[in-house]
Ligand binder design. Structure first.
Ligand code: FE2
Length: 198
Protein backbone atom coordinates (compact mmCIF):
# COMPACT_ATOMS: atom_id res chain seq x y z
CA UNK A 1 0.00 0.00 0.00
CA UNK A 2 1.28 3.47 -0.82
CA UNK A 3 0.05 6.59 0.94
CA UNK A 4 0.95 10.24 0.50
CA UNK A 5 2.04 12.44 3.39
CA UNK A 6 3.95 15.73 3.57
CA UNK A 7 7.72 15.02 3.70
CA UNK A 8 8.09 17.19 6.83
CA UNK A 9 5.78 14.88 8.81
CA UNK A 10 7.81 12.34 10.78
CA UNK A 11 7.54 8.73 9.66
CA UNK A 12 6.90 7.72 13.26
CA UNK A 13 3.88 9.98 13.53
CA UNK A 14 2.61 8.61 10.20
CA UNK A 15 3.00 5.09 11.59
CA UNK A 16 1.03 6.05 14.69
CA UNK A 17 -1.69 7.64 12.61
CA UNK A 18 -2.01 4.71 10.17
CA UNK A 19 -1.97 2.01 12.81
CA UNK A 20 -4.10 3.98 15.23
CA UNK A 21 -1.81 3.61 18.22
CA UNK A 22 -0.81 6.20 20.80
CA UNK A 23 2.79 6.95 21.70
CA UNK A 24 2.56 4.78 24.84
CA UNK A 25 1.61 1.70 22.84
CA UNK A 26 4.08 -1.13 23.27
CA UNK A 27 4.28 -1.73 19.54
CA UNK A 28 5.88 1.65 19.17
CA UNK A 29 8.22 1.23 22.12
CA UNK A 30 9.71 -1.72 20.24
CA UNK A 31 9.89 0.13 16.96
CA UNK A 32 13.00 -0.19 14.90
CA UNK A 33 13.75 2.95 12.90
CA UNK A 34 16.67 3.09 10.49
CA UNK A 35 18.08 4.99 7.56
CA UNK A 36 19.13 2.60 4.81
CA UNK A 37 21.70 3.82 2.32
CA UNK A 38 22.40 2.18 -1.02
CA UNK A 39 26.14 1.56 -0.88
CA UNK A 40 28.89 -0.67 -2.16
CA UNK A 41 30.00 -3.68 -0.08
CA UNK A 42 32.98 -1.82 1.33
CA UNK A 43 30.97 1.17 2.53
CA UNK A 44 28.00 -0.77 3.89
CA UNK A 45 27.05 -1.35 7.52
CA UNK A 46 28.28 -4.77 8.65
CA UNK A 47 25.58 -7.40 8.39
CA UNK A 48 23.37 -5.30 6.11
CA UNK A 49 22.11 -6.49 2.73
CA UNK A 50 24.40 -3.96 1.05
CA UNK A 51 27.39 -5.58 2.77
CA UNK A 52 26.47 -8.80 0.94
CA UNK A 53 25.08 -7.50 -2.35
CA UNK A 54 26.57 -4.04 -2.68
CA UNK A 55 24.81 -1.94 -5.31
CA UNK A 56 23.45 -5.00 -7.12
CA UNK A 57 19.77 -5.93 -7.10
CA UNK A 58 18.23 -7.34 -3.90
CA UNK A 59 16.14 -10.43 -4.57
CA UNK A 60 12.64 -10.63 -3.09
CA UNK A 61 12.77 -11.16 0.66
CA UNK A 62 11.15 -10.71 4.06
CA UNK A 63 12.74 -8.07 6.28
CA UNK A 64 14.31 -9.56 9.44
CA UNK A 65 13.32 -13.11 8.44
CA UNK A 66 15.55 -14.35 11.29
CA UNK A 67 13.25 -12.81 13.93
CA UNK A 68 10.50 -15.00 15.30
CA UNK A 69 8.12 -13.72 14.13
CA UNK A 70 9.51 -11.11 11.75
CA UNK A 71 8.12 -7.57 12.01
CA UNK A 72 4.59 -7.38 10.69
CA UNK A 73 4.89 -4.09 8.80
CA UNK A 74 7.66 -2.23 7.02
CA UNK A 75 7.24 1.50 6.36
CA UNK A 76 9.57 3.04 3.79
CA UNK A 77 10.10 6.58 2.58
CA UNK A 78 12.75 8.14 0.37
CA UNK A 79 14.67 10.83 2.26
CA UNK A 80 17.68 11.57 0.12
CA UNK A 81 20.05 10.77 -2.67
CA UNK A 82 19.21 9.79 -6.21
CA UNK A 83 16.02 7.77 -5.88
CA UNK A 84 16.04 6.08 -9.31
CA UNK A 85 16.30 2.54 -7.91
CA UNK A 86 12.77 1.11 -7.48
CA UNK A 87 11.53 -1.12 -4.67
CA UNK A 88 9.96 -4.30 -6.03
CA UNK A 89 6.96 -5.94 -4.39
CA UNK A 90 5.23 -9.29 -4.68
CA UNK A 91 2.19 -10.54 -2.79
CA UNK A 92 3.28 -14.10 -2.03
CA UNK A 93 -0.18 -15.59 -2.49
CA UNK A 94 -0.23 -14.28 -6.06
CA UNK A 95 2.73 -16.48 -6.90
CA UNK A 96 1.53 -19.51 -8.81
CA UNK A 97 3.01 -22.53 -7.09
CA UNK A 98 2.08 -26.21 -7.20
CA UNK A 99 0.43 -27.94 -4.27
CA UNK A 100 3.59 -30.01 -3.90
CA UNK A 101 5.79 -26.93 -3.59
CA UNK A 102 3.35 -25.38 -1.13
CA UNK A 103 3.60 -28.52 1.02
CA UNK A 104 7.39 -28.57 0.78
CA UNK A 105 7.62 -24.91 1.80
CA UNK A 106 5.44 -25.73 4.82
CA UNK A 107 7.22 -28.91 5.92
CA UNK A 108 10.84 -28.39 4.80
CA UNK A 109 13.29 -27.04 7.35
CA UNK A 110 15.62 -24.07 6.91
CA UNK A 111 18.25 -22.64 9.22
CA UNK A 112 17.57 -18.96 9.50
CA UNK A 113 20.29 -16.92 11.12
CA UNK A 114 22.17 -13.69 11.47
CA UNK A 115 24.90 -12.77 13.96
CA UNK A 116 22.54 -12.72 16.92
CA UNK A 117 19.67 -15.06 16.05
CA UNK A 118 19.54 -18.59 14.74
CA UNK A 119 16.52 -20.82 14.43
CA UNK A 120 14.93 -23.59 12.42
CA UNK A 121 11.93 -22.55 10.38
CA UNK A 122 9.78 -23.24 7.35
CA UNK A 123 8.90 -20.78 4.60
CA UNK A 124 5.14 -21.07 4.85
CA UNK A 125 3.98 -20.81 8.46
CA UNK A 126 0.54 -20.37 10.01
CA UNK A 127 -0.13 -16.68 9.53
CA UNK A 128 3.06 -15.65 7.75
CA UNK A 129 5.57 -16.42 5.04
CA UNK A 130 9.32 -15.83 5.38
CA UNK A 131 11.96 -15.87 2.69
CA UNK A 132 15.45 -14.46 2.46
CA UNK A 133 18.23 -16.33 0.68
CA UNK A 134 20.81 -14.15 2.46
CA UNK A 135 19.96 -15.53 5.89
CA UNK A 136 18.12 -18.82 5.21
CA UNK A 137 19.70 -22.05 4.08
CA UNK A 138 18.07 -25.43 3.55
CA UNK A 139 18.52 -27.88 6.42
CA UNK A 140 16.91 -30.95 4.84
CA UNK A 141 16.26 -32.53 1.45
CA UNK A 142 12.77 -31.16 1.13
CA UNK A 143 13.98 -27.63 1.78
CA UNK A 144 16.83 -27.99 -0.67
CA UNK A 145 14.49 -28.99 -3.46
CA UNK A 146 11.91 -26.36 -2.55
CA UNK A 147 14.51 -23.57 -2.30
CA UNK A 148 15.64 -24.12 -5.84
CA UNK A 149 12.11 -24.24 -7.18
CA UNK A 150 10.96 -21.18 -5.25
CA UNK A 151 14.03 -19.20 -6.29
CA UNK A 152 13.21 -19.90 -9.94
CA UNK A 153 9.54 -18.96 -9.47
CA UNK A 154 10.48 -15.70 -7.78
CA UNK A 155 13.05 -14.90 -10.42
CA UNK A 156 10.37 -15.18 -13.11
CA UNK A 157 7.54 -13.57 -11.16
CA UNK A 158 5.89 -10.36 -12.25
CA UNK A 159 6.56 -7.80 -9.54
CA UNK A 160 5.12 -4.39 -8.85
CA UNK A 161 7.72 -1.62 -8.94
CA UNK A 162 7.50 1.31 -6.60
CA UNK A 163 9.47 4.28 -7.91
CA UNK A 164 10.67 6.83 -5.42
CA UNK A 165 10.22 9.95 -7.52
CA UNK A 166 7.59 11.48 -5.22
CA UNK A 167 9.12 12.40 -1.89
CA UNK A 168 5.72 12.47 -0.21
CA UNK A 169 5.04 8.79 -0.88
CA UNK A 170 5.21 6.30 1.99
CA UNK A 171 5.23 2.60 1.21
CA UNK A 172 3.63 0.27 3.76
CA UNK A 173 4.51 -3.39 3.26
CA UNK A 174 2.78 -6.28 5.02
CA UNK A 175 6.00 -8.15 5.78
CA UNK A 176 4.10 -11.38 6.59
CA UNK A 177 2.46 -11.64 3.17
CA UNK A 178 4.50 -9.52 0.79
CA UNK A 179 8.09 -10.03 -0.34
CA UNK A 180 10.09 -7.02 -1.45
CA UNK A 181 13.39 -6.35 -3.14
CA UNK A 182 15.03 -3.71 -5.25
CA UNK A 183 16.54 -3.21 -8.67
CA UNK A 184 20.17 -2.37 -9.22
CA UNK A 185 21.34 0.70 -7.29
CA UNK A 186 24.33 1.33 -9.54
CA UNK A 187 22.88 4.72 -10.48
CA UNK A 188 21.41 5.40 -7.04
CA UNK A 189 24.47 5.14 -4.82
CA UNK A 190 23.74 7.18 -1.70
CA UNK A 191 19.99 6.83 -2.02
CA UNK A 192 18.57 6.87 1.49
CA UNK A 193 15.33 5.24 2.58
CA UNK A 194 13.94 5.76 6.04
CA UNK A 195 12.51 2.53 7.40
CA UNK A 196 10.35 1.68 10.36
CA UNK A 197 9.68 -1.93 11.33
CA UNK A 198 6.60 -2.61 13.41
FE1 FE2 B 1 14.27 -5.34 2.83
Amino acid sequence: MCITRPPEESLMSIAREVFGCGSSNQTFENTNQQFITASSEGNARAGSKSSIRGLGPFPLHTDCAYSDPPPRYVLLRSVGGRPSCPTTILLFEKLEISEQLRQDLSSGLWICSNKRHSRICSVINPGFVIWDTDCMRPADKIAKRASQELDEKLGNATVVEHRWNDESSVLIIDNWRVLHGRGTARYSEGRVLERILL
